[in-house]
Design a protein around this ligand. Structure first.
Ligand SMILES: *[C@@H]1O[C@H](CO)[C@@H](O)[C@H](O)[C@H]1NC(C)=O
Ligand SMILES: *[C@@H]1O[C@H](CO)[C@@H](O)[C@H](O)[C@H]1NC(C)=O
Ligand SMILES: *[C@@H]1O[C@H](CO)[C@@H](O)[C@H](O)[C@H]1NC(C)=O
Ligand SMILES: *[C@@H]1O[C@H](CO)[C@@H](O)[C@H](O)[C@H]1NC(C)=O
Length: 494
């Protein structure tokens, strides 16, 4: 489905300097270019006139982005070895899985790739009962483990626990040797250092493991393995899938809906010493908002595009784009500072009220969900449900696309599911517009927002440019074209 935005049908995003020159040539040729206030390496150039921006039919965004003949494909395209048997496996591999859903998701997908690289046997981590305070390895509670193992049966050898070894009549656990991989370790580190260790000790435990395998790997087959894990093997347990699809059905019963994934500045606080908000904690937080995080500091970070958008800002952007107050929005808001009423109240008033005023049809898993569910998953379950609802929504709006958050994976997953529309606000360009508005220079606000917003790919195939993550954008490795010019991009037979 081609979505006729602008004169070319698709408003493209130019980021590389080389393309800037092409853009300059186009300017000379007489196209009307609307430049943003300041130059910067990632400047987005708008292709089209003011008039066309006014004429953009926002309703077309409810459909998927233009695929240009690309479709998802993560099956091997070249030689792919079978996983090792028990006897020729190099040893047992365990990795530390901790943190929220996103962290666990990327760690498990890296673990599979590492196991493949090393011909190791991957040991699925059991629930770690010793840690508390944070979600710790809910893998087996959240994901459909039999499905995981079956999906990856031709890729890696997986077991549920390290077998006992029997030596001279006595049974003991194999001693697991701990290693700390370097951050973003390259494949070669696993092929040499780690391999030597696993062969020597029989079993290794990689900790910490978050971000311990480089995202950019020069072997498309390994990247495709990542996609097989991310988009095929890692499926949530049936009751999570069922709950999510019930929510989606309810939301869809009245037409299309969009999902917004808000990330508050407060997330930062939440992850530090203020995990449990005691009275003292609340005081610290208020002080922080007033002093440690003063307006000018915030402004500085914001102008660099480093602050997540607030729900109100998202609301203003969407209204400026032309979404009216009847638009249904699902707020994927799984961490409602639930431990603390004060925080909930704070978030509701400061962040939610203004959004609700713009979009009264605001829903969340409490308003459309089935109520209480099995809560044996330390909060991960609702993150999982929200993930699925965002994945299945017609439009997805992340408020923050920085590293290490749920929205990252979702963006890649939605691309993979068929270039479903994602509206990714350019926080850098928008910061100035919002600052102006707050300082009373509100004239032309909507027009300026539209100029930024309609200058995007909306989740169509696009080149990954550092620091964009492979999890956010697995194109082109995990996509193919039937009639691709480049042989490596051609869809495999069968
Ligand atoms: C893993 O096994 C394959 C096939 O058995 C072999 O070709 C490859 O060299 C092995 N890799 C390592 C790192 O041992
Ligand atoms: C088996 O274990 C027992 C008790 O732990 C110990 O006394 C014995 O020496 C062990 N035997 C061998 C062969 O290691
Ligand atoms: C939406 O806005 C219109 C006017 O622009 C108003 O009449 C209507 O009541 C609003 N709908 C909701 C649900 O607030
Ligand atoms: C969902 O929305 C309702 C009504 O706006 C609110 O009372 C509730 O706290 C929200 N739930 C969560 C988890 O944010």
């Amino acid at each position: 489905m081609r979505r006729g935005l602008g004169s070319e049908g698709l408003v493209r995003r130019h980021r590389e300097p080389a393309k800037l020159w092409i853009a300059v040539a186009a300017l000379v040729a007489g196209t009307i270019w609307l430049l943003l206030l300041l130059p910067r390496p990632r400047r987005h150039l708008l292709q089209g006139s003011v008039l066309q921006i006014k004429d953009v039919d926002v309703n077309k965004l409810w459909r998927s982005a233009y695929s240009n003949g690309w479709r998802a494909s993560s099956a091997p395209r070249t030689y792919w070895p079978s996983p090792p048997t028990e006897s020729d496996s190099s040893g047992y591999l365990r990795v530390r899985l901790n943190g929220g859903l996103n962290k666990q998701h990327s760690a498990i997908s890296n673990a599979v790739v590492v196991a493949q690289i090393m011909n190791a046997t991957l040991v699925l981590p059991e629930f770690d009962t010793k840690s508390f305070g944070h979600d710790e390895s809910g893998l087996v509670d959240i994901y459909d483990v039999p499905h995981f193992m079956k999906t990856l049966q031709y890729d890696v050898r997986i077991v549920m626990s390290i077998p006992k070894i029997t030596a001279k009549g006595n049974t003991t656990n194999l001693r697991v040797h701990k290693i700390a991989p370097p951050r973003d370790a390259p494949v070669i580190w696993y092929r040499t250092v780690a391999l030597e260790e696993i062969k020597k000790h029989g079993a290794i435990y990689l900790t910490p493991f978050f971000h311990r395998l480089a995202e950019e790997i020069d072997d498309p087959e390994l990247q495709r393995l990542r996609c097989r894990v991310n988009y095929h093997a890692l499926r949530f347990k049936p009751y999570i899938m069922k709950t999510s699809s019930e929510i989606v059905t309810k939301l869809r019963s009245e037409g299309h809906f969009m999902s917004v994934h808000p990330l508050f500045e407060l997330d930062v606080l939440e992850s530090r010493e203020l995990v449990l908000f005691t009275r003292k904690g609340q005081k610290i937080m208020l002080e922080y908002l007033k002093n440690v995080h003063p307006r000018n500091r915030f402004e500085e970070r914001r102008l660099l595009g480093k602050c997540p958008l607030t729900p109100e800002e998202v609301g203003l952007i969407l209204r400026a784009m032309g979404f009216d107050n009847t638009t249904r929005i699902y707020l994927a808001y799984s961490k409602p500072f639930a431990a603390n009423q004060f925080m909930e109240h704070f978030a509701a008033n400061r962040f939610m009220k203004p959004l609700k005023a713009l979009f009264p049809r605001l829903e969340n898993h409490t308003t459309v969900g089935p109520g209480k569910l099995d809560e044996n998953t330390r909060g991960l379950m609702w993150s999982a449900v929200d993930y699925m609802v965002c994945l299945l929504s017609d439009i997805f709006v992340p408020t923050y696309d920085g590293p290490s958050n749920l929205a990252n994976n979702l963006m890649g997953h939605r691309l993979y599911n068929g270039f479903q529309t994602t509206i990714t606000p350019d926080r850098w360009a928008l910061a100035r517009i919002f600052t102006d508005r707050e300082e009373g220079r509100a004239s032309g606000f909507e027009e300026r927002v539209r100029r930024v917003m309609f200058n995007a790919h909306f989740g169509g195939p696009h080149k990954r440019i550092h620091p964009e993550s492979f999890y956010t954008n697995p194109w082109p490795e995990c996509f193919c074209q039937t009639k691709a010019k480049n042989h490596g991009d051609r869809c495999p037979q069968d």
